[in-house]
Design a protein around this ligand. Structure first.
Ligand code: GLC
Ligand code: MG
Length: 522
């Protein structure tokens, strides 16, 4: 993979820092905790970690409300801890990607406090102030406008009222935020995941959004309107290009955008002449039905829409989405892993996926996430997928010596790193083998994806380059099924027993079984 940049063949592992490893007994994960677990990550084979926000924050949205872009929240540690983590990661060949939250600050950020103080404050225009609100909604429920008593005007917030949106049309905001990027790039971070990139610029005339004809009660209230005027505005693209130019002042860094949009619109974030985001996150697998036909369709749609020269990426989970093992079942979670690691492009996984971690039910009195508190009962809460990583079967699962900030799953005595480590048939070993296979065979990263098709409940495709051919057969159904395959050797099977076997012609796949076959040369 000599010709590729590191991030092109990377497996990115998202660490939700509050929940990965606590080092000081306060029940909340921290930077020293991550440091302590670096060797685990190296052993897993991932190449980069993306750490969700660690900046000083009132934690109204658990760090996505930033009060100082160039600091570390004491909950997570100190700048020294960060520098040490970065150095130790780099010495092990691991890259570090930070979360950059440009759309909004905390309402406690000094910029907002100034902006709020008077109509003629020099920072007034750094946020979106209006005499009267329009109909734009907050993604966390209700109006997106909050009346501020000091000046009797309204400010806009795409999320919580504690998260006022910055005015990215203002050149001073751009300059200040670009300096934030440089601050971290100079320290040595390897790139950024940019929070809600598609929301950063709004209509300059603040036109009302139209009603969403498809809305029905029971859906989140934010879906009552179509976000025509406060999302995915054309002016976002020159802005992303500027952001990318800043990142490109430093060598080999990556710019990833969080973007939830239909595939055609998503692709526009690669930018004109690919001068936009290196990787607009591809969330198609998070949203599609888990059938061979549906998955085939998203793979086809994605690669068909990918601009020429653009680098693909796939995501299996993140801190905002139900865990994959809960969504499709623990058996199919293995199939999903085999799918992920045999697709072309950069891959992103979420901590705990390698354990088959599931959503943990959260009792009403334990709810932490504002998305659930604001609109309870609609299933919007993200706490279930943010519970502590189970490391062993001790009290608090080796996550903390204190009281974990969210409950552990009640299966943690069985499903934890130490236990799965001992079981060669575990999903943890499957993850490790798949990542290792990908490392050893660049064809799986850069090779062509061919013969994508569905045969009964089996999704099938090949990855090829030159003479080398891998045939992938994934049974997305629960029942056994016959699948045809070229003559070759099974390199990895989700259920292990076929590993190393020769196959040819028709092979019986069990329910939720997947195979990677090295096809013999003819
Ligand atoms: C992004 C984050 C999410 C956060 C929101 C507001 O979608 O991933 O966790 O709540 O932005 O910052
Ligand atoms: Mg701690």
């Amino acid at each position: 993979m000599q010709d590729l940049t590191w991030w092109q063949h990377a497996v990115v592992y998202e660490v939700y820092p509050r929940s990965f490893q606590d080092s000081d007994g306060d029940g909340i994960g921290d930077l020293r905790g991550i440091l302590h677990r670096l060797d685990y990550l190296v052993g897993l084979g991932v190449s980069a970690i993306w750490i969700s926000p660690i900046y000083p924050s009132p934690m109204a949205d658990f760090g996505y409300d930033v009060a100082d872009y160039c600091g570390i929240d004491p909950i997570f540690g100190t700048m020294e801890d960060f520098d040490r983590l970065l150095a130790e990661a780099h010495s092990r060949g691991l890259k570090i990607i930070l979360d950059f939250v440009p759309n909004h600050t905390s309402d406690q950020h000094p910029w907002f406090l100034e902006s709020q103080s008077s109509k003629d404050n020099p920072k007034r225009d750094w946020y979106l102030w209006r005499q009267e609100p329009n109909n734009w909604l907050s993604n966390f429920g209700g109006s997106g406008w909050e009346k501020d008593e000091t000046t009797e005007q309204y400010y806009y917030h795409s999320f919580l009222k504690q998260q006022p949106d910055l005015n990215w049309r203002n050149p001073d905001v751009q300059a200040a935020m670009f300096d934030v990027l440089r601050f971290w790039l100079r320290r040595g971070v390897d790139g950024f995941r940019v929070d809600v990139m598609w929301l950063m610029i709004k209509d300059d005339q603040f036109r009302d959004n139209p009603a969403n004809p498809g809305y029905h009660p029971g859906q989140p209230s934010s879906q009552r309107l179509l976000p025509i005027f406060n999302a995915d505005r054309p002016e976002i693209h020159p802005l992303v290009a500027k952001m990318r130019a800043v990142v490109s002042e430093f060598s080999s860094r990556v710019l990833i955008g969080e973007i939830y949009l239909p595939v055609q619109q998503l692709m526009s974030y690669y930018g004109i002449d690919l001068q936009g985001a290196d990787l607009p996150f591809n969330f198609l697998l998070l949203q599609c039905a888990w059938t061979a036909e549906a998955v085939k369709q998203v793979i086809f749609d994605y690669y068909s829409a990918l601009p020429s020269g653009a680098w693909a990426n796939w995501v299996l989970g993140n801190h905002d989405q139900p865990r994959i093992a809960t969504r499709i079942g623990t058996r199919q979670a293995r199939v999903a892993a085999m799918l992920l690691f045999t697709l072309p492009g950069t891959l992103t996984m979420y901590y705990g996926e390698e354990l088959g971690m599931e959503n943990v039910p959260i009792a009403p009195e334990e709810v932490q996430d504002p998305a659930e508190k604001n609109e309870p009962g609609l299933g919007l809460g993200r706490d279930p997928e943010r519970t502590p990583m189970p490391w062993d079967d001790s009290v608090s699962a080796g996550f903390t010596t204190g009281q974990p900030w969210l409950p552990l799953g009640d299966d943690y005595e069985r499903i934890n790193v130490v236990a799965l480590e001992k079981d060669p048939a575990s999903i943890l070993h499957l993850y490790r083998s798949l990542i290792d296979l990908r490392r050893r065979h660049p064809t799986l990263v850069t090779g062509r994806l061919e013969s994508l098709a569905v045969e009964n409940s089996v999704l099938r495709y090949q990855r090829t380059s030159g003479e080398q051919r891998f045939a992938i057969r994934l049974n997305l159904g629960a029942d056994p099924v016959m699948a045809s395959v070229e003559q070759g050797t099974v390199l990895i099977s989700t259920q292990r027993e076929k590993t190393g076997q020769m196959v040819e012609g028709l092979v019986e796949l069990r329910g939720a079984e997947g195979l990677v076959v090295a096809v013999n040369h003819r």
